[in-house]
Design a protein around this ligand. Structure first.
Ligand SMILES: [Zn+2]
Length: 81
């Protein structure tokens, strides 16, 4: 009885590559969903994960404009004054 018959999976290198790619892609998606959702520091309105920058600063540094009260929040969830 050989070692392979004991349940070792015999895979081709390209199969391992495809599986590695799928696991890598999935972990990125899972990580994105695990991130805590930001809330507006003023009114508590949840900020959308997908953001549309409303000005140059947001396009460069990230951040949101609250849809409820209109205050600006930076990418760490702090209010911009
Ligand atoms: Zn708000």
């Amino acid at each position: 009885m050989g070692v392979r018959e004991l349940g070792a999976i015999d895979m081709e290198p390209w199969q391992i590559g495809i599986i590695g790619g799928i696991i890598g892609g999935l972990s990125v998606v899972v990580y994105a969903f695990m991130l805590p959702q930001r809330k507006c520091p003023d009114c508590g309105e949840p900020l959308p994960r997908s953001r549309k920058p409303t000005n140059k600063r947001q396009a460069m540094w990230g951040g949101w404009t609250c849809s409820k009260c209109g205050c600006e929040v930076d990418r760490k969830g702090k209010k911009v004054v």
